[in-house]
Write a protein that binds this ligand. Structure first.
Ligand code: EPU
Length: 336
């Protein structure tokens, strides 16, 4: 294990923010991680770097979790339980599952990031969340260096949320995630509008896993910027949940406001719509801006600092609060 000094993190975060790590180490195994923790515990973890906004140089030891490997845990005629280690790339794992005809992850194609971070924010897209397939998460406790298994239930999954963002935040390092996938009689989730339209445009009536994955890839490519070309962290804000009372007021002034009912008293509003209505979509502010095809995505045109992006986010939050009376919560992990 070698500690490198003064390493740029530009290629380690999908926003492409150029800050430095004073010290940087790559971890390839659980043994290495346990050895490191016996010497130093106050680490700054980085994996796929796809859900973070860095705003300054990192003083702590930046620890790049690069533990690889995919293994089969259990299998019968109908299901397979597969474990993937934290450093595996998410999308490559999804493609592997689709190629093997294992169902459950196809709607989550092309999401940036690695396996180790997928449970933290319970990644989701097109009507599916990763919590629907996760059976367990194995994580190393930083204080004791012991491995702990979290069952699906223990992970307390919620919309873009889990125990790893709350009760045990910063206490564990995720080592592997296990998934239960179908081998036949797959449950397809194609009712999400854009998927239906995409499949219909190709005249596909009974899609395969691969055809659904391809449809999702096509939709994402048409709306979401490729982080390799334009730095970004996916949706910057969560979709806000508002009361029916507020919604009834808003619909009078904004008759086209979209909404999804989540209970008798609450509705979810697409933040992208609010931001677009407020006039931000496609606007550039210095080195950063709001993506032209999906207003929920903030982008780095090349040389933005994290602070510039935070300022833009605050401007958007203020405008949305003043215009609609809705507080937008940042979904990305802002490192200050
Ligand atoms: N909309 C607009 N203008 C925009 C963007 C969206 O009016 O610029 C409205 C439209 O009415 C559209 C609706 O918002 O019908 C929903 O848009 P979209 O289907 O693009 O989804 P989203 O709610 O904006 C969420 C996730 C995405 C995920 C998509 C698809 C969150 C915070 N974001 O976005 O996740 O890919 O649904 O399921 O829940 C991510 O978390 O990084 C991410 C990309």
């Amino acid at each position: 294990m070698t500690i490198l000094e003064n390493i740029s993190l530009k290629n380690y975060n999908t926003f492409g923010i150029d800050v430095n790590a004073k010290r940087f180490i790559t971890i390839n195994s659980v043994d290495d991680l346990q050895q490191l923790l016996s010497e130093e515990k106050d680490l700054f973890l980085i994996s796929g770097g796809s859900n973070m906004l860095l705003t300054k140089d990192i003083e702590k030891l930046v620890t790049h979790i690069n533990i690889k490997g995919i293994s089969i845990e259990n299998e019968d005629d109908n299901f397979i339980e597969v474990t993937a280690n934290a450093g595996e790339n998410w999308h490559e794992f999804v493609l592997w599952s689709v190629e093997n005809n294992y169902g459950g992850l196809e709607n989550l194609s092309l999401i940036p990031g690695n396996i180790g971070t997928c449970p933290i924010q319970n990644i989701g897209a097109y009507g599916v969340e990763v919590k629907d397939t996760i059976t367990k998460v194995i994580a190393l406790e930083i204080e004791t260096s012991e491995l702990h298994t979290f069952s699906n239930q223990e992970c307390n999954f919620d919309y873009r949320n889990s125990i790893f963002k709350n009760e045990v935040k910063d206490q564990f390092i995720i080592i592997s995630v296990s998934f239960k996938l179908s081998k036949k009689n797959h449950t397809f989730h194609t009712s999400y509008g854009a998927i239906e339209t995409e499949l219909a445009s190709k005249n596909i009536k009974n899609p395969t896993l691969k055809e659904i994955s391809d449809a999702v890839i096509a939709i994402r490519k048409s709306k979401l910027p490729d982080p390799k070309k334009l730095g970004n962290s996916g949706s910057f804000f969560k979709n806000p949940v508002i009361s029916v009372a507020l919604f009834e007021k808003l619909i009078v002034e904004f008759p086209t406001i979209p909404s999804y009912k989540i209970s008798e008293t609450e509705l979810k509003i697409p933040a992208g719509w609010l931001i677009e209505q407020a006039g931000f979509k496609g606007k550039r502010f210095g080195n950063c801006g709001v993506h032209e095809k999906q207003a929920l995505v903030l982008v780095n045109y090349g040389n933005a600092s994290g602070e510039e992006i935070v300022e833009l986010a605050q401007k958007i939050q203020e405008t949305i609060l003043n215009t609609f009376g809705i507080s937008l919560e940042i979904e990305v992990n802002v490192v200050t």
